[in-house]
Design a protein around this ligand. Structure first.
Ligand SMILES: *Cc1c(COP(=O)(O)O)cnc(C)c1O
Length: 426
């Protein structure tokens, strides 16, 4: 499918282009293995000398079609599906960052990602320094070390709703000779394409808006193909020097712009194995077919709900970058001119206990450990997703203890507002 189709068309028809007599709808290749005629044909696949499917842990046609659709939507060269958003962020970093290395991340990120970086990656000998994404360039640059391999941030932070200044972050990363990796889960490529602002690698939890129906956990890594690994040969020897597990193959020499994602697939996925099941990739594809329509409705509804909350005197504060008095309104206008997402964070006067009582009184909006799907839902991060974080880490991650994360769905907005109103009254 041609890259110059608009995002709406790519959502519906990207990735899978059937030939004569093939199924119109992307089939589920529910097969772990693929047949060959000679032993030599198979050997070439193992040496990455020929292209083809041989084992679903490495590649599967259903997954590849969905990955190709997402790569086209983001404007990247290639993508790899993973079993979850957690796996996507871990693999995206582990692909170029090893024991003894260091990376810099903004602190306003998803709680699960924060734990992965601060606790689990540390056990693997990879150190992270968290920075305030709104700090000046000098402060952020001061966090870099000679062994720093990348800079990480979220387009729209879960759940703080801060907006990342992607262009500035890309300039900072590139001035230090490292790539910028952006988790674009909340914005989706419908509302922001980070590669257009200089970002090098994008990740997603496809569990959220991309699936959109809360049916399948999944993730994806997309490579822009733009980062020049060879220009920083000694920093990225994992890509620029021979890989002993493939008889001395050099990824940048053999695969050029596809070096990063080929290594992610043929080495990291080969060895760690968090693949997305073809069944889940099929469900993800169904979600993607309506992503453009759903995002539009999520944003319209969330804007009205944010305005309602802001106008109610029982609400202490609201974070939504579509509100003109929001701290991130200007960045939102720059990076998310067509709308941000359906997620709003807010607090009630009276603090934490009142917030919890309010949530218990909601009828349409369910309390679930999920966000960003068709059904309106709420969560209290300090008691739920971010429970493992200390008060100080909570503040660093932009999560006030009274913060309610409201994920506005695609129901009728008047019904959503009526539900919020009755719970406030109660
Ligand atoms: C949910 C989420 C993740 C983790 O994804 P899973 O699919 O739950 O593993 C990562 N980043 C962001 C921004 C998320 O919202």
């Amino acid at each position: 499918m041609k890259k110059n189709f608009s995002p709406e068309t790519l959502c519906v028809q990207g990735g899978w282009t059937p030939k004569k007599g093939e199924p119109r709808v992307l089939p589920i290749y529910q097969s772990t293995t693929f047949k060959y005629d000679t032993s030599e044909q198979m050997a070439q696949l193992f040496d990455l000398e020929a292209e083809g499917y041989f084992y679903t842990r490495l590649q599967n046609p259903t997954n590849d079609a969905v990955a190709a659709k997402i790569a086209a939507l983001e404007g990247g060269v290639a993508a790899m599906l993973t079993s979850s958003g957690q796996a996507a962020n871990f693999y995206a970093i582990f692909n170029i960052c090893h024991a003894g290395d260091h990376f810099v991340s903004t602190s306003s990120i998803y709680g699960g990602t924060y734990n992965l970086f601060a606790v689990t990656m540390k056990k693997l000998g990879i150190e992270v320094t968290f920075v305030d994404q709104d700090a000046d360039n000098e402060t952020i640059l001061a966090a870099f070390r000679p062994n720093t391999k990348l800079l990480f941030g979220e387009t729209i932070a879960n759940p703080g709703c801060s907006v990342l200044d992607i262009e500035r972050m890309a300039q900072i990363a590139h001035s230090k000779g490292v790539p910028l990796i952006v988790d674009n889960t909340f914005a989706t490529p419908i509302n922001c394409r980070p590669f257009e602002w200089g970002c090098d690698i994008v990740t997603h939890s496809t569990t959220k808006y991309m699936d959109g129906h809360a049916t399948a956990v999944g993730g994806v890594i997309v490579d822009s193909g733009n980062f020049d690994w060879e220009a920083h040969h000694d920093r990225f020897t994992c890509l620029t020097e021979p890989d002993p597990s493939y008889h001395g193959l050099v990824y940048t020499e053999r695969f050029g712009k596809g070096a990063y994602i080929t290594k992610a697939t043929s080495q990291v996925m080969r060895d760690l194995g968090s693949i997305q099941s073809p069944q889940n990739a099929f469900l993800l594809n169904l979600g993607l077919e309506t992503l453009h329509l759903r995002m539009q409705r999520h944003c319209e509804n969330a804007q009205k709900v944010a305005e309602f909350l802001q106008s109610d005197e029982r609400v202490a504060w609201v974070h939504y970058c579509g509100l003109p008095n929001d701290k991130y309104y200007k960045l939102g206008q720059k990076y998310l001119p067509n709308g941000s997402c359906g997620v709003i964070s807010f607090g009630l006067k009276g603090g934490r206990d009142i917030s919890i009582r309010f949530m218990d009184n909601l009828k349409l909006a369910a309390i679930v450990t999920h966000v960003a799907d068709a059904r309106t839902c709420v969560l209290h991060p300090a008691s739920h997703t971010h429970r493992q974080l200390s008060d100080e880490q909570l503040r660093e991650a932009g999560v006030e203890p009274d913060l309610i994360r409201l994920s506005v769905g695609i129901e009728n907005v008047d019904d959503i507002i009526a539900d919020l109103k009755q719970a406030l009254d109660a």
